[in-house]
Ligand binder design. Sequence first.
Ligand SMILES: NC(=O)C1=CN([C@@H]2O[C@H](COP(=O)(O)OP(=O)(O)OC[C@H]3O[C@@H](n4cnc5c(N)ncnc54)[C@H](O)[C@@H]3O)[C@@H](O)[C@H]2O)C=CC1
Ligand SMILES: O=C(O)[C@@H]1CCC=N1
Length: 273
Amino acid sequence: MKISFIGGGNMASALIAGLVGRLAAGPDIQVVDPNSEALHRLNGQYGVNTAETIGARVGESEVVVLAVKPQQMREVAAALRPQLAQSRPLVLSIAAGIRGADLSRWLGDYGAIVRCMPNTPALVGMGVTGMVAMPGVSEKQKAAADSILRAVGKTVWLADESLIDPVTGVSGSGPAYVFYFMEAMQQAALELGLSAEQGKELALETFRGAAQLAAQSSEPVEVLRERVTSKGGTTYAAITSMEQAGVKQAIVEAVKAAAARGRELGEQMGRDA
Ligand SMILES: NC(=O)C1=CN([C@@H]2O[C@H](COP(=O)(O)OP(=O)(O)OC[C@H]3O[C@@H](n4cnc5c(N)ncnc54)[C@H](O)[C@@H]3O)[C@@H](O)[C@H]2O)C=CC1
Ligand SMILES: O=C(O)[C@@H]1CCC=N1
């Protein structure tokens, strides 16, 4: 499968790392990015082809992944537009916020667009991606999009494009919340006299183990939490402290803020389009 990535930054690198060696037929990947250092690194690590500007090779691709910042999407779409006539590739946009209808218009009323919201654990094959197909996407193209994102983790298809912003809030940005929680646990470990290494291992294995337990258990996470929490015991002291500080509500608000920012970016970028 011939895939072109437009943008070779953090998320593209995570997808490429996950894809190389995971897709049954090794993909033929080209990355376009004006940043020559990023290209050099990607070529060295994954042996991908590189180019600093969008050229004819992009037009020969079956799939084009748009992995630039939302603010760059319109300009990139204008450069991409003349190349689409050749192979009519499937366009996968991973940009937060950018609405399918705006992207379609910028590409010249192009229909074959799937909006995806992946996350960086794709780098280790454990990503999760929310996806929605625009009306011009064929079943075959939908299956191709699914196979690419499934090579780097799980996929969740959405019935409505408006659900992409909530997915962005929950899982697109989600790894950052987990790392933030881990930072706090590691800081506490240090303040309580454990070494940095011990704190890191204890926090990391607790996350890994708890996630695996939640994945394998038929019980809801509330029940799993209650099983750790003896009345009047240590966990009870910790959860009471978090409840008093409003931690759960703060997390709910944070996820909603991320979703709202996605929506706002889409509105801003789509304005005057
Ligand atoms: N980082 C993450 O965890 C996730 C990011 N995303 C989305 O992925 C997209 C990229 O985000 P990141 O990789 O984090 O950003 P990044 O800043 O790491 O990468 C963007 C890349 O685009 C390149 N670029 C700029 N102008 C270009 C142009 N005209 N043509 C080609 N390349 C160009 C930059 O040089 C840079 O390497 C964003 O739209 C973001 O919303 C989606 C899910 C998760
Ligand atoms: O922070 C961002 O805007 C991107 C989208 C989801 C994760 N990172």
